[in-house]
Every structure is written in C-alpha cells, then in structure tokens.
Design a protein around this ligand. Structure first.
Ligand SMILES: *Cc1c(COP(=O)(O)O)cnc(C)c1O
Length: 381
C-alpha cells in the first residue's frame, strides 16, 4: 500500500465490467458478448456515415466541447415527453459521461463528508455501492427475496428509521432490476412514494426502452425523485458514454455544479443527437429483441437443471437447480464451458445473467448451455 493513499482504498477493488476477461484486446467478432447488456446491433452504416461527415465537416477538434449541452438536453426532454404525458424541459435534464458519471455526482451532492449513507437491495447494479465506497460513503445493503427478488420493505423501512450518523440520504433502485430483470411492484412503488422529502429516490431506468416501465410522470409531484437513463443500451451507443438524469430543476442544478466542465466529448454529443433524431430506426428492432427474449426464456426454462425468471429487460437471469452445496463451483464450470465455446455471460449473485443477443447468438447460447449442463448432470443433480 502506498503511504500517501487513503487506508480504505486498500479494501476496494477496481470495477471490472468483464470480470472473466483479462485482456484489453478487442474481442473477436466470433465471440458472443452477452455479459454487458448492450444491443447486439451496431449503428446502421448510414448513421455512421452521417457521423463521419459531421466529424469531417463540422467538428473543430481544437475546440472544447459545448459545456452546457443545451441542444442535447432539449432533444432528450422531447424524447422523454414522448414516453409519458409530461412537460419535461432541458431544465429537468443533466447529461453525464455515461449514467455512471451521474451516479457519482449524486453521491457527491448528497452524502460525501459523512452527511449520508445509501440504501441498496441486492442483488442489484454494483456500481452504486462501489462508487459510494470510493467516496467513503457507508452502504446499507438489504437482501431481496430469493424467490421473486422483491425488496423486503419492512427491513427497508427499519433501515431508514434506524440508520444514524450518517442517516440514509439516497435509495437506489433499478426499474427493471439488474441482474434479475424484475420491475418495481406496486408495493415497492408505494413505499418509495412514502419516503420523506429528505431522502433522494433514484430510479435507474437504464432498460426503459425494453420494459416501457417509467416513473417519469411522478416527477412533477416528487422533487426528491431522480430518474437515470442511458444511450448505452437500446440506443446502441455504449462506445460513446452518454447517460442522463431527469429531475426537478433544483436537483439538476446541484448535479451541474458537480459534473466536470467538459464531461462529454463533442463526438459523443453528436452521436447522441443523431441517435435521437433517428430513434425510430434504432428502436424498431426492440419488438424483435423482446420476442427473442420470450423464446429464449421459454427454451431455457424447459431445462430441468435451470431456474429461470421472467425479465422485463434485454437480459435473462437464471440459477442452477441443484442440491449440491457447491453451486458457485458448478456455476463457474458452466461459465468456463460457455466461454471456451465462445459465449461470454455474467456470473453474478449466484446465477448467470445472459444478454439477449441476435437470433443466431441466442441459438448458440441455448446449445452451448445445454452442452455445458450435460457434463455436470450425473454428479450434481
Ligand atoms: C448499463 C446500465 C447503466 C448504464 O451505464 P452507462 O454509464 O450509462 O453506460 C446504468 N444503470 C444500470 C442498472 C445499467 O445496467
């Protein structure tokens, strides 16, 4: 440990989006990358050409980016209003270098300096807790029901009333949750609505375009709610790192104070604008992806060794139905077999999270998973 570093950094491990891979080489296109929930489809080449033209003819690479994002925020607001009967404007939007950047800004704005703790219900998106730890913010973690992954609301309420010094300032939920794919229930939503004004409720809608579940229409009455969305999933722009927050203008002003001045490169701003302009073209593959999810879920659920949950997003979560006490080792074996055959999935929280890919990728997922399970069955079930 270097003597000038904070002692608690020793306990934190760097975030790895691809825990299974230790190479920085681009993965060959013959590998099915189904571990990070991106769209299986690249931007159409007509849009890439348009962006290439913008780079060639419009972008001045010697100039700093637009620091205020006014145009992008106005266009995002227009898109958000399409999804709900709302009157969102650019003043309700803050744009980040991925929604990850906004998650960090939220933590800085609310909890840093021993002002607050955060509440999460596991399994869920790991970034909230990891970023909190790097900022010295305490994380209160609850466990979800192992049957349907609903939150234990009695335990959550108890955590809110009992956590002192510092008290809980932010509750993070994903709607629908990752890695488990379940949307917030009516009870969970009612509990979130019951939280007092001094607690910020963050609803991460990274998978909105797949689920069509949104709480945007609640924002008008709820100045303590914030919605996160991203261009990294359905909009096919993971390479460009663009995410956004939707909230009351006062919350947005706080985030704007904290974000880095030129947080979004000019080319990423251009890519997000092009994606919004052509959203119909980009989003019209979603019904096909959802049909693939239904088919894949159904086919996986036929396997006697698999417990598969319904998902409202573009990924599927499953566990092994095994009486063995070494579930993690068995999952590791399955995961390694899949990887050896060229399918990369996410081994997380005692299960596998598998992104819905193209029809060919999904067929290979089924075949390879079946082959991997057939190697285990005699010993473990
Ligand atoms: C993928 C994902 C994001 C997106 O993060 P970006 O930084 O915008 O790429 C945010 N939240 C959840 C829950 C996700 O799964």
């Amino acid at each position: 440990m270097l003597p000038f570093l904070r002692s608690d950094l020793d306990l934190i491990r760097a975030y790895k989006a691809h825990p299974g891979s230790n190479t920085s080489q681009p993965v060959a296109s013959t590998i099915d990358r189904l571990d990070t929930n991106e769209s299986p489809y690249n931007l159409p080449s007509e849009l890439k050409q348009k962006l290439a033209w913008t780079y060639q003819e419009v972008i001045e690479s010697n100039r700093y980016p637009d620091a205020g994002h006014e145009e992008l925020k106005a266009k995002i607001a227009e898109y958000v209003n399409e999804s709900a009967n709302t009157n969102i404007t650019g003043a309700n939007i803050s744009v980040g270098n991925g929604s990850d950047e906004i998650i960090r800004s939220i933590l800085i704005a609310t909890c840093v300096g021993n002002e607050g703790s955060i509440l999460v219900a596991n399994p869920t998106f790991g970034v909230y807790a990891i970023f909190a730890q790097t900022l010295g913010i305490p994380v209160i973690s609850l466990e979800r029901s192992p049957l349907n992954f609903e939150m234990d609301l009695a335990a959550a309420q108890l955590a809110i009333t009992q956590t002192q010094s510092p008290p809980i300032r932010v509750v993070f939920v994903v709607h629908p949750n990752s890695p488990t794919g379940n949307a917030l229930t009516t009870n969970e939503l009612a509990w979130l609505q019951s939280l007092p004004a001094h607690i910020l409720v963050v609803v991460d809608e990274a998978y909105f375009e797949f689920s069509q579940n949104t709480v945007v229409n609640q924002l008008a009455q709820r100045p303590n709610w914030l919605i996160l969305r991203t261009f990294s999933k359905a909009f096919r722009l993971a390479a460009h790192r663009v995410g956004y927050a939707i909230a009351h203008p006062a919350v947005i002003s706080a985030l704007e104070k904290i974000r880095l001045p030129y947080n979004l490169p000019t080319f990423s701003i251009a890519a997000a604008l092009v994606a919004l302009q052509h959203r119909q073209l980009l989003l019209n593959v979603i019904p096909q992806l959802l049909a693939e999810r239904v088919k894949l879920t159904h086919n996986l659920a036929q396997h006697p060794a698999l417990q598969v949950w319904e998902s409202a997003a573009n990924f599927i979560y499953l566990q092994l139905k095994t009486k063995s006490s070494c579930t993690e080792e068995l999952l590791n074996l399955v995961n390694e077999q899949l990887k050896a055959k060229g399918t990369i999935v996410r081994h997380i929280s005692g299960g596998l999270r598998i992104t819905v890919g193209s029809p060919d990728e999904n067929q290979r997922t089924l075949d390879r998973l079946e082959a991997a399970l057939s190697l285990l069955t005699p010993i473990s079930f």
